[in-house]
Design a protein around this ligand. Structure first.
Ligand SMILES: [Zn+2]
Ligand SMILES: [Zn+2]
Ligand SMILES: [Zn+2]
Ligand SMILES: [Zn+2]
Length: 285
C-alpha cells in the first residue's frame, strides 16, 4: 500500500519573512485550517493528480461527488452517475450513492494555481476554477505566426511580433482606393502594407503551402475598430491578370497554424518568371 512516510507539504507563510518549512502532513493540515480561519494564504506544493478526476483524469470541477470508497469524480463524470438510479462509482463499480464531497469543494474554492504559460511570462495566480478560461485567453499563450518558417511567439500581439521579431519584412505604405505595385522579390515570404497614415496595417503572406505555386493572402493586423477593409490583390502575368477580392480578416493572435480562408493561387511558372519586381498589386479601401 505504498510508502508509510507522511507526505511532505511545503508551507510558506504569507506576508511573513522567513524560510520555507517542511511539515508533516497532519501539521500542514492544521496550519491550513488555522490559516483559512485567518483568511491568510499559504503556499503548498502537491501532486497535480490530486486535482484530477479519478474517472476521466480531467481537472476537478465542482460540484464534486465521492463514492464511499473515497473516489472523487468531476461534475461531468458525476452527472452521468446521478442520472442513473442504479448509480455506481465509475472507478470501483460499487453500487453506491454518490455524495457531494464538500470538503474538497472548499479546498478547490480556496485554491490558486499558476498559469500554464508561466515560462512565457505570465505571472498570474488564477483561482483554480478559472484556470481553463484564463489560459484560453492568456496573453502569454504561445501563438502561431502566418509568416512561413516562423517558430511562433508569445506575450504580444501579432502586429507587435511582426514589427519587432521580423525586421527583415519590408513595409509599403499605400493610399486608400489606389492600386499600388508592391514590386515583390522572389524570396519574399511576407510584406507589411500600411494604409494611409492611420493605424490600418496588413500583412500580405506569400504561402508555400500549395503545390506548384504560391498562396497570396492578406491578414489584418489592426485594432478591432478597423475590420471593414476590402482588398484586391492582383498579379500580372504575361497572359493575363490573376486577382482576388475580399475583406481583410483581423488577426490578433493565432492559436492554431495559419491557414488562409481565401488566397490567390499564383503558379510558380508565373512567380518564378520574374527575377525581381514581381508585379503584385494591392488595392485597399
Ligand atoms: Zn471526470
Ligand atoms: Zn469508488
Ligand atoms: Zn496566463
Ligand atoms: Zn513570426
Amino acid at each position: 500500500m505504498g510508502s508509510k512516510r507522511p507526505r511532505q507539504v511545503l508551507i510558506t507563510g504569507c506576508g511573513r519573512k522567513g524560510p520555507a518549512v517542511f511539515a508533516p502532513r497532519g501539521q500542514a493540515e492544521t496550519a491550513a485550517a488555522t490559516s483559512q480561519h485567518r483568511a491568510e494564504k499559504i503556499t503548498v506544493t502537491l501532486d497535480a493528480d490530486l486535482l484530477q478526476c479519478c474517472v476521466c483524469s480531467g481537472p476537478l470541477t465542482t460540484p464534486l461527488f465521492q463514492c464511499t470508497k473515497g473516489h472523487i469524480s468531476c461534475s461531468d463524470c458525476c452527472t452521468d452517475v446521478a442520472l442513473d438510479d442504479q448509480s455506481e462509482c465509475l472507478m470501483c463499480r460499487e453500487p453506491e450513492t454518490a455524495t457531494r464531497c464538500r470538503a474538497m469543494e472548499r479546498v478547490l474554492a480556496g485554491l490558486s494555481v499558476p498559469c500554464a504559460f508561466r515560462q512565457h511570462g505570465c505571472a498570474e495566480m488564477i483561482p483554480y476554477g478559472g484556470k481553463q478560461a484564463h489560459e484560453a485567453s492568456c496573453h502569454y499563450a504561445p501563438c502561431h505566426c502566418p509568416i512561413p518558417g516562423c517558430a511562433g511567439y508569445a506575450g504580444k500581439s501579432l502586429a507587435v511580433h511582426v514589427g519587432v521579431d521580423h525586421p527583415d519584412v519590408h513595409r509599403t505604405r499605400v493610399r486608400p482606393d489606389c492600386l499600388t505595385p508592391l514590386r515583390m522579390r522572389a524570396f519574399e515570404q511576407a510584406r507589411v502594407v500600411l494604409l494611409g497614415h492611420g493605424c490600418a496595417e496588413f500583412l500580405l503572406v506569400v504561402g508555400m503551402d500549395v503545390p506548384s505555386g504560391r498562396s497570396l493572402s492578406l491578414v489584418g493586423l489592426m485594432d478591432e475598430q478597423f475590420d471593414e477593409f476590402k482588398y484586391r490583390i492582383e498579379v500580372v502575368g504575361k497572359d493575363g491578370v490573376l486577382a482576388l477580392f475580399g475583406q481583410a480578416a483581423r488577426v490578433d493572435r493565432l492559436a492554431r497554424p495559419y491557414h488562409a480562408s481565401a488566397f490567390l493561387f499564383v503558379p510558380n511558372a508565373i512567380w518564378d518568371s520574374y527575377p525581381e519586381d514581381i508585379p503584385v498589386f494591392i488595392h485597399l479601401k
